[in-house]
Design a protein around this ligand. Structure first.
Ligand code: FES
Length: 238
């Protein structure tokens, strides 16, 4: 390990990296959680973070960069204390997601993946457009550090962002209590130190369960899988 890596990522991070690698038969499979670990330290994937992952996993920096630049959850610029992701995919956009994004953009005076305030300092906010967040029945939705705030309007979203800027942490509609971006990244790397509440919280909404409830009331079942069902063979690799 080079000196530059040691100064950015301390022993605790190295220990966590080793713990992540131990979860997989092949160390290189640990790259995705490892990149979240890197973000939990620096608030983004820096060049030093790429070197760190490459060194730990015996990959090239080009291989790590290819992954880090492919997935939108890996940020290449330092993030704010909170990452606000507004769904502007078709359904949410039509229901008001575009108006929510425009309102927050005006208020924060930043664009996509830009940060209002000094990144990492209290009250700093990174804003981004997000593709479908898989909560279309609750749209328009936004997430703060990947926790859901459902059925938003431009005004409720603005109120939420102002509260975040003032150091408050309003409770998400579903999921665990709100933390900050770096802590959320540590959770995504698989570490829930001292915060049992991180594992808690309602994960489903009444709207999402309505179909299942209706089927239960009516006694509807999905057709059973036929016994000895035959599936087409998996084509061999050429
Ligand atoms: S379109 Fe916004 S959650 Fe699906």
């Amino acid at each position: 390990m080079t000196q530059a890596q040691e100064t950015v990522f301390e022993q605790d991070t190295v220990d966590k990296a080793r713990a992540i690698m131990a979860r997989y038969p092949q160390a290189r499979s640990a790259l995705l959680p490892m990149l979240h670990l890197v973000q939990s330290v620096e608030g983004y994937v820096s060049q030093a973070g790429i070197r760190f992952c490459a060194g730990q996993l015996d990959l090239t920096e080009a291989e790590v960069s290819a992954v880090a630049t492919f997935y939108t959850m890996y940020k290449r610029r330092p993030c704010g204390e909170h990452l606000v992701s507004v769904c502007t995919n078709t359904l949410c956009a039509a229901l008001g997601g575009d108006a929510i994004y425009a309102k927050l953009k005006d208020h924060l005076k930043v664009g996509h993946e830009e940060t209002a305030g000094e990144p990492g300092t209290p009250g700093s906010i990174t804003l981004e457009h997000a593709e479908c967040l898989a909560a279309c029945d609750l749209g328009p939705v936004l997430q703060v550090n990947y926790e859901f705030y459902d059925n938003q309007t431009p005004d409720t979203a603005l109120e939420l962002v102002k509260a975040l800027q003032n150091g408050e942490k309003p409770a998400p509609t579903r999921g665990a209590p709100l933390t900050d971006f770096k802590q959320a990244e540590l959770q995504l790397a698989g570490f829930f130190e001292g915060r049992d509440a991180d594992l808690d919280g309602p994960s489903a909404a009444a709207e999402t369960l309505r179909g299942a409830r209706l089927a239960q009331e009516k006694g509807w079942d999905a057709p059973a899988m036929p016994e000895n069902a035959e599936f087409p063979p998996i084509p061999e690799k050429k």
